[in-house]
Design a protein around this ligand. Structure first.
Ligand code: C2E
Ligand code: MG
Ligand code: MG
Length: 669
């Protein structure tokens, strides 16, 4: 509870008292001057007139001094904080001295006054004292002293006078003094209360101001805190946003290349298709697959492979907006080209492919890399994102098989061919069970004796009344993993048929896919085929292509060594079309080199360099040679003259069914 000051003492001197006294002083001084002037100049006192005027002059001068003091207070002290004692005492002295002058004035001229003058003087002095009862009431000592000096001497003088009317006026003066003291006392109490209330008010105002200031301060603090909270919130929001973005980026980006991963790309691609649909616009999707990436990984290690992928991604970014490229997986990338038609997509695809193939030096290695690209266009080829990617992928896949390194746009014919492939793959799955496979045999003739030396077993597949070429179904079987079963079936069939051949000098040459060789069951399959058919192992030749040199050489060396240990002959088929390793050729001790048909066909045009080189090499390695695809006697004559050991081709016989072969053989001998 706030403590307020008690009512000031009767005689209290404080700034409020001084203020009340000085605020009315000019009126008081003016009334004093007018009153004293009226008495001085309104009544002629004869000889005493001059003295009277001198006293008037003293009162005038003194009144002027008090007026100056009051003016000083008004101009300098009012509304400031000052020590109240000095101005109060100046005022006190001024008032009391004025009262004394009045009293002296009244007493001095009492005897020379007429009754009227005396009565007038008494009335004026009473009026002055009466006025003082309120004007000087702020200080009780002052008001009582003033009233007493003003009224008591004159009243007592009048009471002691010999005239009755003077006595009466004297008593009236005393009575007036008494009532005036009472009035002054009440006025003083009232003023003190007023001061007290003013103080309380001031205190309250001060308190209010303080509280207002406190509220303002707290408000400011709140504002500051709010501001700081806002700032913290903002930076927190920013941080959350940044982290969300980072998480989004990490979960949407492929860490190696910084491109979108497959999921993020598909989401974005679907959105782009919606945009294209709304704007009635085209867009193209490019499916990019690197050529030769596996070799880089195998030859230079995964770090080099990673560096290649990262720099391919960098190259690709140059051809589209940052959110239009993605890594589909492995060495596959996807690009979206908004607004692009076929020509634009082809041009950009070519340029992107060009910049990928120009990458030559990566992670301290000189690398050769290519890319095959398939393109699909929205809305021409499909309106569905997943289908568009699938079509671009199919186109790339088709191009890769038919013409690697090409940039091509999807077409119905690609779709038909791939559909056909799917149909065949499906058919291939049941081909053995449905007895759709056959084996035909093509004789291989000894160049010197012109007699049959061996036969090559070639698989045939009759699917829905249609003969499917091994050039078509063998790669499909390799891709779908069915080559193991098909190869094993052909091997068994060939061994059985050959074992039943009337002449036990005839050998059979069976084509073996490198995937079969890599299979850990392969040797067991061969043993089983030989064992169950009863064919002497040396009558079995296995043909492998040069592609084995690109695969896991440790396994392949093991397999070939195991086969050689069983006296099975090993032939390198289509020699000269792939990449052979000379050191491995020597180490693995092959028995036969089969010169590919393409070189045989060139021989009549005088292009015999490869055949000569092959013969030379075979001689050095101690291998026999077989020339394939001989169609004319001229080709046969040249090859024979060059020293080829064996000849094979339509000139002698086409691949024949077992019975037809037997007939052919019988006819020959
Ligand atoms: P290849 O092993 O080089 O077989 C020779 C191919 O040349 C055979 O084609 C044969 O019919 C053909 N040919 C033979 N002489 C001539 C000729 O004078 N002129 C022409 N134009 N062609 C001739 P085919 O039977 O279509 O076999 C193609 C390829 O399919 C084979 O090439 C072989 O790599 C593969 N293949 C066939 N059967 C099998 C098999 O059972 N297993 C595996 N892994 N591959 C097989
Ligand atoms: Mg062959
Ligand atoms: Mg061949």
């Amino acid at each position: 509870m706030q403590q307020y000051p008690k009512i000031p003492k009767l005689s209290a001197i404080n700034q409020d008292v001084v203020e009340l006294l000085y605020s009315n002083v000019f009126n008081g001084l003016l009334i004093t001057l007018l009153s004293v002037s009226a008495i001085t100049f309104g009544f002629d006192s004869g000889e005493a007139q001059q003295t009277k005027q001198n006293i008037w002059l003293v009162i005038l001068v003194f009144t002027l001094i008090r007026a100056m003091d009051a003016a000083y207070w008004h101009s300098k002290l009012k509304n400031t904080r000052y020590s109240p004692e000095a101005p109060f005492y100046r005022f006190f002295v001024g008032s009391i001295f004025t009262a004394i002058l009045w009293a002296v004035f009244g007493i001095s001229f009492f005897d020379s006054m007429t009754t009227l003058e005396f009565a007038s003087t008494m009335i004026i002095m009473s009026a002055m004292a009466g006025g003082a009862a309120t004007v000087l009431a702020p200080n009780m000592v002052l008001v009582l002293t003033y009233a007493t000096i003003m009224l008591i001497p004159m009243s007592l003088r009048a009471i002691y006078d010999y005239r009755d009317e003077y006595n009466m006026l004297g008593f009236l003066g005393i009575l007036f003094w008494i009532s005036m003291c009472g009035a002054a006392s009440r006025a003083n109490l009232f003023i003190r209360r007023a001061i007290e209330i003013k103080h309380k008010n001031d205190e309250l105002v001060e308190l209010m101001v303080k509280e207002q200031n406190e509220v303002t301060r707290i408000n400011k603090q709140l504002l500051d805190t709010n501001h700081q909270l806002d700032l913290a919130n903002n930076s927190l929001e920013k941080e959350v946003l940044r982290r969300t973005k980072e998480i989004h980026r990490l979960s949407n980006r492929d860490p190696l290349t910084g491109l979108m991963n497959r999921t993020a790309f598909m989401q974005h691609f679907e959105w782009m298709i919606e945009q294209a649909c709304q704007g009635n616009k085209r867009l193209a999707i490019l499916f990019i697959d690197l050529d030769g990436f596996k070799q880089i990984n195998d030859s230079f290690g995964h770090q080099a492979g990673d560096a290649v992928l990262a720099s391919v991604a960098e190259q690709l970014k140059q051809y589209c907006e940052s959110d239009c490229a993605g890594r589909w997986g492995g060495d596959e990338f996807v690009l979206v080209l908004p607004y692009a038609d076929e020509e634009t997509a082809l041009a950009i695809g070519q340029a992107a492919r060009g910049s990928i193939t120009s990458l030559q030096h990566i992670a301290d290695n000189d690398v050769t890399i290519g890319a095959t690209i398939g393109i699909a266009i929205y809305p021409k080829h499909s309106k569905d994102a997943a289908t568009l990617v699938q079509l671009a992928d199919l186109t790339m896949y088709y191009n890769k098989r038919t013409k690697p390194g090409v940039v091509g746009v999807f077409s119905e014919s690609i779709y038909d061919q791939l559909n056909e492939e799917l149909r065949l793959r499906d058919g291939l799955r049941h081909a053995i069970d449905r007895h759709e496979f056959h084996v035909v045999y093509q004789p291989i003739i000894d160049a010197k004796t012109q007699k049959i030396w061996a036969v090559e077993a070639l698989a045939r597949w009759q699917f829905n009344e249609e003969w499917i070429s091994p050039g078509v179904f063998i790669p499909l079987a390799e891709k779908s993993g069915m080559i193991q079963d098909i190869g094993s079936w052909v091997l068994n069939r060939a061994c059985i048929d050959t074992a039943q051949w009337p002449d036990d000098s005839l050998a059979v040459s069976v084509n073996v896919s490198v995937l079969q060789l890599l299979n850990e069951n392969f040797i067991r399959q061969v043993d089983q085929a030989i064992g169950s058919s009863g064919l002497a192992p040396h009558r079995l030749h296995l043909e492998v292509t040069e592609s084995i040199f690109a695969d896991d050489m440790a396994i392949l060396t093991d397999r070939i060594t195991a086969l050689k240990a069983r006296h099975i002959n090993i032939a390198i088929d289509d020699f000269g079309t792939g990449f052979s390793s000379l050191s491995l050729l020597q180490a693995l001790d092959f028995d036969l080199l089969k010169i590919d048909r393409t070189f045989v066909q060139q021989i009549t045009d005088g292009n015999d360099t490869i055949v000569r080189a092959t013969l030379l090499m075979a001689k050095e390695f101690g291998c026999r040679t077989v020339a394939e695809g001989i169609e004319t006697p001229q080709q046969a004559a040249i090859l024979k003259a060059m020293g080829v050991d064996c000849l094979q081709g339509y000139l002698f016989a086409k691949p024949l069914e077992k019975n037809a072969l037997l007939k052919w053989y019988t006819d020959q001998h």
